[in-house]
Design a binder for this molecule. Structure first.
Ligand SMILES: Nc1ncnc2c1ncn2[C@@H]1O[C@H](COP(=O)(O)OP(=O)(O)OP(=O)(O)O)[C@@H](O)[C@H]1O
Ligand SMILES: [Mg+2]
Length: 239
């Protein structure tokens, strides 16, 4: 059995851009393609024990069963802030990496780089602190993971997306591409233009567009439709 391939980190231009839904869509597609698929949320904030977190929601929609949430903090804040206001210790890279590496080492069968996809969803945008001086970029570097950027569709997304891609590349990481977290049924001029401008300005492709309202589909419908939301060469872009 070979070592598990690097996971893919899913970050975004901010909170509420659709990272969880995009992660679910990528996972659904990977499962349909026969890949052993896992979903990890290193730190979940804003929820109490027993409440379904982002990883649980993405797993529900996609049918994925290999799920890991490393740490949960009660207040709906950036993780570093949530730990501070709760009077709890800050997370360290080692404390997050250890469980993630163990989880990555626990496949449900023999693995190779093309038979498996593990997705790691960040919290909020790319520079949100997971702990003191710790961002999702540090985790991606330690895991040798390419990074996907989930972004908004409309006016204002160009600068946010370019800043995010530049921060990823400045950290020495590879940005595999962009996924639009919620694509409207009737796109306006800005949204249509962004499809052309996003790849031109960032230098990375738009790998997919999750339609608005997709989160309300049943898991069966969600998985059935997910293949239509991404480019055919999606998995090549992730390798
Ligand atoms: N394509 C979509 N279809 C339906 N609902 C969506 C879609 N994209 C986002 N949403 C909704 O928008 C809200 C924010 O999306 P989501 O939770 O995926 O954001 P996020 O980027 O993961 O945020 P966080 O930083 O909190 O993890 C959620 O209520 C979600 O259900
Ligand atoms: Mg989320």
């Amino acid at each position: 059995m070979t070592a598990a391939p690097a996971p893919v980190v899913v970050t975004g231009t901010g909170t509420d851009v659709g990272k969880t839904i995009a992660t679910a869509a990528l996972a659904a597609l990977a499962r349909s393609a026969g890949l052993d698929t896992g979903i990890c949320k290193p730190i979940q904030t804003g929820l109490h024990p027993g409440e379904p977190g982002d990883a649980d929601e993405a797993a529900r929609l996609s049918g994925v069963r290999r799920v890991l949430e490393v740490r949960r903090l009660p207040d709906p804040l950036a993780p570093e802030t949530a730990a501070r206001v709760a009077g709890l210790p800050q997370s360290t890279l080692e404390e997050l990496l250890g469980p993630i590496r163990r989880w990555l080492g626990e496949p449900s069968g023999p693995v190779s780089a093309t038979s498996r996809l593990d997705l790691v969803e960040g919290a909020g945008g790319v520079l949100v602190r997971l702990g003191t001086d710790l961002t999702i970029l540090d985790l991606a570097l330690a895991l040798d993971a390419p990074v996907i950027v989930v972004t908004r569709a409309g006016l204002g997304t160009l600068s946010d997306t370019e800043l995010t891609v530049r921060a990823i590349e400045a950290a020495g990481l590879r940005c595999a591409g962009i996924v639009i977290g919620s694509w409207p049924n009737d796109p306006d001029l800005a949204e249509r233009s962004n499809l052309e401008d996003l790849p031109r300005l960032t230098g990375v492709p738009v790998l997919g567009r999750v339609p608005q309202g997709a989160g309300a589909l049943s898991p069966t419908e969600f998985t059935r439709d997910a293949a239509q939301w991404f480019h055919d060469d999606l998995f090549d872009a992730l390798r």
